[in-house]
Design a binder for this molecule. Sequence first.
Ligand SMILES: Cc1cc2nc3c(=O)[nH]c(=O)nc-3n(C[C@H](O)[C@H](O)[C@H](O)COP(=O)(O)OP(=O)(O)OC[C@H]3O[C@@H](n4cnc5c(N)ncnc54)[C@H](O)[C@@H]3O)c2cc1C
Length: 387
Amino acid sequence: MSRKNYYDVIIIGAGSVGVPAALAMARRDVKVLVIDKFPSQGQGSNKTAIGGIRATHSDPAKIRICKRTLEIVSTWEKKYGHNIDWKKGGYVFVAYRKKEEKILKDLLKIQHKYGLNIDWYGKNDLLEIIPDLNSEGLIGGTFSPDDGHCSTILAGHAYYDAAKKAGCEFHFNERAEEIEVRNGGISSVKTDKNTYTTDVVLNAAGAWAKSVGKMVGIDIPVNPDSHEGGITEQVAEFLGPMVVDLRPAPGSESFYYFQLESGQIAFCITPDPRIWGFDRNETSIFLPMVSTRLVGLMPRLSNLRVRRTWRGLYPMTPDGSPLVGWAKKAKGFLLAAGMCGQGFMLGPGLGELLARMVTEDKLNPDDEEVLEVLSPYREFKGGEALK
Ligand SMILES: Cc1cc2nc3c(=O)[nH]c(=O)nc-3n(C[C@H](O)[C@H](O)[C@H](O)COP(=O)(O)OP(=O)(O)OC[C@H]3O[C@@H](n4cnc5c(N)ncnc54)[C@H](O)[C@@H]3O)c2cc1C
């Protein structure tokens, strides 16, 4: 007997993860419904990301996933025709203190082991790559030329367009409210508008993942942590790579910025202490804090006018790494949450892994390794070195 309103997979969340996951699943002939409480895709955290995409990480799981994302985004326009403003400018992590020099040099071992094109550059060589860096006290830094960035808004629309063409159904302005579990397995999803039957639910609800977990009685350790971003006016190109400074300063941890294809500088900073909660209204403390650091690192930026700032949510986990895997308690409940500050860059590569998880009986050893590192049941110790 056919089940009413049946979908092979229901994805809760049309964001950085949910939309590319839907696309990857539909390409494998999975019948997918994506539900989002907002009026269109990408209205959660996706549109608030500044668009950095790097495989330069400190763990093999994120390195593998983001290497695949880089392949997807860098060939997207050629394959599918959408301009997503992709720019392969690379990433530079700068070191002005011995501490960051050691962290960055130590990480090269694992980064090289996983095949990343990244190296350490001394002061003068780094200044050739970014001539405008403040040279005072600069020791050097790493440069990974294959990383880059693209527009989160254009990419979000491109994935959505491709997912619809591949057969995915999207329901916007619709909130998932209950998930029914029968005989230990997922059986249906009830929203504020309808009820759908399914055997598989993907929790891609970003900063709201905890409330979706509660629907099946699981406590997911993801909490919203607000971060602000900003963008300047357009100027002629003078900066190739994304620049990341890991040093702390009063009120903040690391900060990062890059120049878009279209000439603006986009930037953001990690507040210290963290600002927990769902508030998405920008503050008056962000701009003075970040602009002081930007100009300190690159004095030339003092001539730029800021056009806009905004605030969004990092879906944070206790150790700064995502939670990906099947729930033990409710069969068919798949978790892809807690993307922290990297969901935009993880989304496309992770989407393909999620599609393999729902369609293949046995995964390849690389996928198994990724899932072990990102297991929702891991012990939370240590932290991400390159936030
Ligand atoms: C200032 C800033 C800069 C950033 N820069 C970068 C960057 O350069 N690179 C990078 O990779 N990442 C960056 N990020 C992080 C990135 O934005 C997030 O990690 C990512 O967007 C999270 O993706 P997601 O799919 O998990 O969540 P989202 O994109 O937020 O999607 C979750 C969706 O789930 C929906 N939802 C939740 N609950 C329900 C429900 N019950 N029913 C229906 N729908 C529901 C929400 O409406 C939302 O649309 C940045 C974030 C901020 C704030």
